[in-house]
Design a protein around this ligand. Sequence first.
Ligand code: FES
Ligand code: FES
Length: 165
Amino acid sequence: MVRGPGEVAVHLRVNGESRTTNLEPRVSLLDALRDRLDLTGTKKGCNQGACGACTVWVDGRRVLACLTLAITCESREVTTIEGLSDGDALHPMQQAFLDCDAFQCGYCTPGQIMSAVALLAERHAGDDTEIREWMSGNLCRCAAYPHIRTAIRRVRDGSGGDAAR
Ligand code: FES
Ligand code: FES
C-alpha cells in the first residue's frame, strides 16, 4: 500500500503511551518526536547519522532517529530518554552520569545514556576497549568520554566502578 505524499496518520507507542500524529512519510522519527510529540529530550546534532545525539530505541534496539522514517515505526515501541526514569526516580544510568560528572554541556547526554543502557543489555561492556568500540557512534564534543565510561562501569558493576580512566 502506498501512503503519501501528503500527511498520513502514524500510530506509535512512545514510552508506553499510544500516540497518533499526522505527518508526511518523509518525516524522520527525530522530527516527529521533537516537533510533533514535544519530546525534546532527544537531540538533533548532525541530522545525518554521524553523531549519535538522536539515539532512541525502537522495539528495544538502539537506532538513530534522524535516519529512521517515523512511518516505518508504525505500531512499534519507541523509547526516548523521557521514558527511562520511573516518575521522579532516575534510571540508574542517569544517576551514574550525574554522580560521575559524565557530561559538560549535556547536549550529547540523552543519546549517550540511551546507548549506554542498551550496551549493557547487549552485553557489550566487558572492558573499556569494548565499551569504547560499542559507544563509538556517540560523539561528545566536550570529550567527557572517560567519565562516561566510569558511569557505565558503575552501572555494570553495581558499584562505584573504578576511577575515571
Ligand atoms: S543527529 Fe542523528 S546521528 Fe547526529
Ligand atoms: S557533554 Fe557536551 S557534547 Fe557531550
